[in-house]
Ligand binder design. Structure first.
Ligand code: AMP
Length: 292
């Protein structure tokens, strides 16, 4: 595995891959790698000649009171994990290299952003699309891999690729969970013992909501209320949001009549956890469809 830190060295490698006609699979991450990231790498390995993984804790996507400074980092361990997944190139840029000068251009997400995390984390997805635009130009992937754990991110990146005509296929990957249902996340290390014990209730609340749909409920308000009650009665967490929207357009719906997302964000003392389920009108989980 090549470990590359400079943009110049990356450019040279990518040029060589392209000259050899290689298909490149790209997995952007913020590191502290876990099984969720590994699922993305495995998928990229299956579908491409070359796998590039980036690790970059992107300051632009963190708000002033968020966890940029304390975001968990472990470069040595991450290198071993990437190596074990047969990654060809690990890109570890510095903040100074990615954002060298005061920049003259801001990217702004104007759709699929006014709900869920986009609403609660102003500027977050602007930072995400800015770094990804740079990383897509640098890595020139054939396919890129994103986890549905961050389903709004998948929807926004789907728009980015479509709107800016990136010749890249986006591959959404289903959420990897702990045995008790908690979605794997680098931020799970922030949880206290008691919070960790309560955290599986988040996924259970989503599945309880989906069960209402399977049993015939089609009114989003009833489902959202059911999920809120479940979280309140099973955890000490503070609900940031519970929303049910069309997916991937992320529009409010009065009636469940197509692919929808039921998504939650809950504050624990030192961690804000998110999770979601995406399902069809009768509650079944099938392959998630995107489409620009
Ligand atoms: P992050 O390092 O948190 O920015 O995540 C990098 C990529 O891994 C994103 O596409 C995430 O959606 C994805 N990811 C994170 N956690 C999981 C998970 N539990 N299952 C599947 N994908 C995940």
């Amino acid at each position: 595995m090549d470990v590359v830190r400079s943009i110049q060295a990356l450019n040279e490698q990518v040029k060589a891959y392209k000259q050899q006609g290689k298909a490149i699979g790209f997995v952007p991450t913020m590191g502290f790698l876990h099984d969720g990231h590994q699922r993305l790498m495995k998928k990229a390995r299956e579908q491409n000649d070359i796998v590039i993984v980036s690790i970059f804790v992107n300051p632009l996507q963190f708000g002033p009171n968020e966890d940029y400074d304390r975001y968990p980092r472990d470069e040595e361990r991450d290198k071993k994990v990437a190596e074990s997944e047969n990654v060809n190139l690990l890109f570890l840029p510095t903040v100074e290299d990615m954002y060298p000068n005061d920049s003259s251009i801001n990217l702004q997400v104007v759709s699929r952003n006014e709900v869920l995390c986009g609403k609660r984390r102003p500027g977050h997805f602007d930072g995400v699309v800015t770094v990804l635009t740079k990383l897509f130009h640098l890595t020139q992937p054939t396919r890129c891999y994103f986890g549905l754990k961050d389903a709004q991110q998948v929807a926004v990146v789907d728009s980015l690729i479509h709107d800016f005509n990136f010749p890249i296929e986006i591959v959404p990957v289903s959420t990897v969970r702990e045995a008790d249902g908690l979605a794997k996340s680098s931020r799970n290390v922030y949880l206290s013992e008691q919070e960790r014990a309560e955290a599986p209730s988040l996924y259970q609340s989503l599945e309880a909501g989906r069960k209402l749909v399977i049993d015939g409920e089609r009114n989003p308000v009833t489902i959202v209320k059911g999920v809120e009650r479940f979280i309140q009665s099973h955890t000490h967490g503070k609900i940031d949001y519970v929303e049910l929207l069309s997916y991937p357009d992320l529009k409010p719906v009065d009636y469940i009549d197509g692919q929808v997302i039921l998504a939650i964000a809950v504050f624990f003392e030192h961690a804000r956890l998110i999770d979601n389920v995406i399902f069809q009108r009768e509650g079944s989980k099938t392959d998630v469809t995107l489409g620009g």
